[in-house]
Design a protein around this ligand. Structure first.
Ligand code: CP
Ligand code: NVA
Length: 324
């Protein structure tokens, strides 16, 4: 596997293996390395105030069926910085919310815009959009995947640890959600070992796990799922958690909090990680639930670098999918 720093991104010759961005599992290792190298380049341009209008005249529609702060703002700002434009569409305000089908919506929007970012519920909905769209579809979160977030997470880990391959990432909590699934797919693609601590009933989706194990064999990494947080976090370089009740699961909050309480990321538990571990959380966070304030607001936390990197990683993605 090539190191991401070896990519020569100025040549702009690389073609992603997919025309849509629905999951990290569907990308190749080279796709991910290319996107990370591009993100580093675009971040540098932005920090140096160097214009990088790769998407002049291009328009991205952003369709949200769930709330968002980071995804909405980072995609919109990303399009602006690339010289393009973004249109925010809430499903409550368009005909989709009144029953117009995803396929008709995809066909119509494809006639107006150059790309469509979607945040929705069942992953099947975004697959249907992709099937009927003639422009790239970008997953801005579904119930089962959040690949744009994990691309930013990989960039953040690379920046803080100087590498990805060979690191150990431990994810604790609800392992049947979008973040856990995309982290599993992303980690094994770049050769990171991943351990998952979760209670019974909160294990990752079996088919995602199965495919990731095949990928892990190819990249020489490993996946471990267990119910003992101390055992799973032992020696971790990167510690990650997410909310215990994701958007759409609010009615299950009480029972989820009870089941997941032993998996809280706190100072006592983190004594078992490497002394220089970094802590990631996609945000928004519930302090005192999945993580204590001393960890997320403490010296190991890189969550605001992670949030910033949404912008840079997604600009690389937008350039690759919407650029000429
Ligand atoms: N992490 C993330 O996707 O945040 P938003 O829900 O604010 O977009
Ligand atoms: N798992 C969380 C992620 C939020 C960005 C959710 O789906 O609500």
């Amino acid at each position: 596997m090539q190191s991401i720093l070896k990519w020569e991104t100025n040549k702009d010759t690389y073609q992603l293996s997919q025309s849509h961005f629905l999951t990290l599992g569907s990308l190749t290792q080279n796709d991910i390395h290319y996107l990370l190298a591009e993100a580093i380049k675009l971040k540098k341009y932005q920090k140096e105030g160097k214009a990088h209008p790769y998407l002049q005249g291009k328009v991205l529609a952003m369709l949200f069926e769930k709330s968002s702060t980071r995804t909405r703002v980072s995609f919109e700002v990303g399009m602006l910085q690339l010289g393009g434009h973004a249109i925010f569409l809430s499903s409550n305000d368009i005909q989709l919310g009144r029953g117009e089908s995803p396929s008709d919506t995809a066909k119509v929007l494809s006639r107006y815009v150059d790309g469509l970012m979607i945040r929705t519920f069942e992953h099947q909905i975004i697959e249907e959009f992709a099937l009927h769209s003639t422009v790239p579809i970008i997953n801005g979160l579904t119930d089962s995947h959040h690949p744009a977030q994990v691309l930013a997470d990989l960039l953040t880990i690379q920046e803080h640890k100087g590498k990805l391959k060979g690191l150990k990432l431990c994810y604790l909590g609800d392992a049947n959600n979008n973040m856990a699934h995309s982290l599993i797919e992303g980690a094994v693609k770049v050769g990171m070992d991943i351990s998952i601590a979760c209670p019974a009933g909160f294990e990752p989706d079996a088919s995602i796990l199965e495919n990731a194990k095949i990928e892990a064999n190819a990249t020489g990494s490993s996946i471990l799922v267990g119910m003992c947080p101390v055992e799973m976090i032992n020696g971790a370089d990167v510690v990650v958690t997410d909310v215990w009740a994701s958007m759409g699961q609010e009615a299950e909050t009480v029972e989820r909090l009870k089941a997941l309480a032993p998996f809280q990321v706190n100072t006592e538990l983190c004594k078992h990680a490497k002394p220089d571990f970094i802590f990631l959380h996609c945000l928004p966070v519930h302090r005192g639930e999945e993580v204590t304030a001393d960890i997320i607001d403490g010296p190991h936390s890189v969550v605001f670098d992670e949030a910033e990197n949404r912008l840079h990683a997604q600009k690389a993605l937008l350039k690759a999918l919407l650029g000429n």
